[in-house]
Design a protein around this ligand. Structure first.
Ligand SMILES: [Mg+2]
Length: 385
């Protein structure tokens, strides 16, 4: 990136974005950290977690014995591919003036992610739209959700109007934080809508996509708040949007009352374990979001305590860790996150790179002739659709 050579408009955008860079990094890296903390205990009951890690539960990364790295799961993989699809779509639009909505390109990126699930022995460039396919460490099967796999294998592209299954799993919400980051300059309704549609590519039940709309909304406003907002206010604001956007949807009330319950529990004296058990296990989208909001509200401003609370329960620990990490990371910013979570997280340079790409957006400007070699290498693909 060469700011000196940039046309004025692009340079102003980049300079505006620089102020939010740390929060965007906090959101994407925070998600990977919470995911990596929770991944080893995803399928463990709380009693087993206690007997293995002690009364406080798992409080540090359990690193891979071979690579000595903390490994993240499908949640982070799919979040990264979400970002890749969004940025590819933006580049198409800049270069070709095309009008497809972001969700369309995210779907193409998910098809690339699906390829990576064949495992590392197949790793390599596949000629899709995603430069992430070139990262060998992403060619790993890390307990991907059956709904995501089935939906993508089916060849049918779901939407909030085109139901392809009945799933309300959390596989929709756990991957949409980048939508809030990427669309941070759009209005609340547009961000919530795109969050829902990105989740509905694979999850057709309203409790699968409404939480994604909610999360994208919270993330957008957390990042723009730049440390000056309270999470409680962001939750209230998201509720207002969601209640309008999904006024006609079944399960809206069920969803909102679970969010209200999480907010209320965050203010009581009971333990995190008791409170989270009262919300649910997090396998479904609404429960995963509610547990994450609970942990983020209860431990507002304290990244480490929030992700530790979010993963120590009998349910979907990596997804609740990931979503909590996204939210709290966006609230506190990358620099406020303890070093111990940054060390030994696998492919952290790639995650930071993707965060910065989300931060600055397409760095090619055909009108002025400004070009960026790195951007072109990643986001301009052969046979660009
Ligand atoms: Mg996972």
């Amino acid at each position: 990136m060469d700011k000196e050579r940039m046309p004025q408009e692009l340079r102003s955008r980049v300079e505006r974005s620089e102020k939010l860079q740390e929060r965007i990094r906090g959101c994407l890296m925070g998600g990977a950290m919470g995911d990596a903390l929770g991944y080893p205990v995803e399928f463990m009951q709380i009693d087993k977690i206690h007997s293995r890690y002690g009364e406080a539960g798992i409080t540090e990364y359990e690193k891979d014995p071979v690579s000595k790295q903390a490994l993240f799961s499908d949640d982070t993989q799919m979040s990264l591919f979400t970002a890749n699809g969004l940025l590819y779509g933006q580049t198409v639009s800049v270069l070709k003036g095309n009008a497809e909505p972001p969700r369309y390109y995210v779907y193409l990126a998910y098809l690339d992610w699906l390829e990576t699930q064949r495992g590392s022995e197949h790793g390599g460039s596949i000629g899709g739209i995603s430069w992430l396919s070139d990262i060998k460490d992403l060619w790993n099967c890390r307990a991907p959700g059956a709904t995501c796999l089935d939906a993508l294998y089916s060849g049918e592209r779901g939407s909030t109007e085109n139901r392809i299954n009945h799933s309300k799993g959390c596989g929709g919400v756990m991957r949409v934080a980048p939508v809030g980051l990427f669309l941070r300059d759009q209005d609340d309704m547009a961000v919530a809508t795109e969050g829902a549609e990105v989740a509905a590519l694979t999850h057709s039940h309203s409790l699968g996509f409404m939480p994604a709309a909610f999360l994208a909304h919270v993330i957008k406003n957390a990042v723009n708040g730049n440390g000056q907002v309270k999470l409680n206010d962001l939750v209230d604001r998201a509720k207002e949007t969601i209640e309008v956007l999904f006024a006609q949807r079944k399960h809206l009330e069920v969803f909102i009352s679970l969010i209200d319950k999480a907010v209320a529990l965050a203010g009581n004296d009971a333990s995190d374990e008791e409170n989270i058990a009262a919300i649910g296990a997090g396998w479904c989208g609404d429960e995963a979001l509610a547990i994450s909001l609970y942990a983020a509200l209860r431990h507002e401003g304290d990244f480490s305590s929030a992700i530790i609370a979010a993963v120590n329960h009998s349910g979907d620990s990596d997804s609740t860790g990931a979503i909590t990490g996204n939210i709290v990371g966006a609230m506190v910013g990358y620099d406020a996150i303890e070093e111990k979570w940054k060390e030994d997280l696998e492919i952290k340079e790639t995650i930071l790179e993707m965060a910065d790409d989300l931060c600055f957006g397409c760095l090619i400007d055909p009108e002025s002739g400004y070009d960026d070699e790195e951007w072109r290498r990643k986001y301009v693909r052969e046979g660009m659709r």
